[in-house]
Write a protein that binds this ligand. Sequence first.
Ligand code: DQA
Length: 154
Amino acid sequence: MRHGRLLIMNGPNLNLLGTRQPELYGTDTLADVERIAGGRAEELGYKADFFQSNSEGALIDRLHEARGSTDGVVLNPAAFTHTSVALRDALLAAELPVVEVHISNVHKREEFRHRSYVSDIAEAVIVGAGIRGYVYGIECLDRALQLHERRSAV
Ligand code: DQA
């Protein structure tokens, strides 16, 4: 059983999950995400911290805080995925493994959503799995942390 800490972070407009474009994002709320993801994290031996903001700066500040005090990040950067070099730089500066999650399949949507500033620095990218994607994200992060531990042990 591990005793790590994970940060589950959500970007702009995801506070409206459940009522925002339910045909795309479903009717589960951010509180449901926190309950399900928090439960899976706990089963795997982690304590999960949750953070959502509509502000790019607040997300960046939270990543700075996570540096050194968190083992990994499951991040749905929402629209900042497609626009934010600053968020990418903050992820690199935090030196933490990150799994990128999108509730919808961004590749089935507008072309501008096909580009991500996060995917090429992520351990894994999960798209289109609905809010289960956060659970898969935690599982991927756990695997990445275990592989890292094994590498550091040799
Ligand atoms: C999203 C996809 C993004 O393109 C969009 O801006 C979001 C949500 C998703 O979870 O599918 O806000 O990240």
